[in-house]
Design a protein around this ligand. Sequence first.
Ligand code: ATP
Length: 343
Amino acid sequence: MRVLGIEGTAWAASAAYFDSETDEVFIESDPYQPASGGIHPREAAEHMAGAIPEVIERALVEAESVDAVAFSRGPGLGPCLRIVASAARALAQSLDVPLVGVNHMVAHLEIGRHRSGFANPVCLNASGANAHVLGYHDGRYQVLGETMDTGVGNALDKFARHLDWSHPGGPKVEEAAREGEYVELPYVVKGMDFSFSGIMSAAKAAVEAPSTGNRDSKSSGDAVDSGERVEDVCFSLQETVFAMLTEVAERALSLTGSDELVLGGGVGQNARLRGMLETMCEARGASFFAPEPRFLRDNAGMIAVLGAKMAAAGDTLAIEDSRVDSNFRPDQVDVTWRGEESV
Ligand code: ATP
């Protein structure tokens, strides 16, 4: 099965070609970089409209044939999703192949399952707009725990913006945290759910925004005149939010009886988060897997791989039923492909 995948839920205009015979995934992406602040939906959609035709063309350069076209149907920014869906519909029609609508968050999970070979893992999705722990039961992915407010990456990005650091903030927080020491921040886990907005506000209050705080031109080691050192707050922010995610992931393993954990989402590129999860899994005799960075951040490779599994299971969409869903939850997806997996 050879599948063209197209991703465009927010910042990444991305296309990929997946050949299930060789298991090779060829990904071409063009990221949207806001000039200032966070992601502006209108600007992101303008970027998407300009970049999608080009990334598709590049992804198909060495393609021999295409058996299906898969696209990210949601969740994400409506204007971006609609552009990607239009491109996918037009291509599926012109190539006369089936169209597959993929849930972006399930794709973050499935790429880890596919690359690890784990049979039935718990999945921690730690991305910009989301944070949740998923387990599989009876033909559905169940949300075992999730954020009660903002996504984990969005919390890091908002804190970074407070310091005038450019988007995305997560990698800059990780870099600054290397020089940091612990200062106390609130830790908020309620049952199996977590909350990041109070911690983010406490972290903002703990530092005073430096007047020339652009991290792109500023080396680490800078301190603020009053309040805590930026490096210490970055360190503590990471320790706190990642410990919360690790605690809930551990309880999910315990509740489900699974001994396999996979990580998904752009925040998964953070070495400290991966280290914490690895240590926790080792301590309980569980296996841990994080895909390589190109499959963690938003990418069309994961859409193509899950698209191939869905197409093989006959889980395709008629054009008239292919509307996007910006609030598409992972537990709404009927998991058709796990019965007899051939891809
Ligand atoms: P979603 O998958 O929920 O739609 P998204 O569209 O924001 O999320 P992702 O690529 O999954 O996209 O994640 C992007 C997030 O990852 C951003 O918030 C960014 O700051 C964060 N991030 C990237 N690298 C790192 C890092 N090294 N440490 C922490 N966070 C990181």
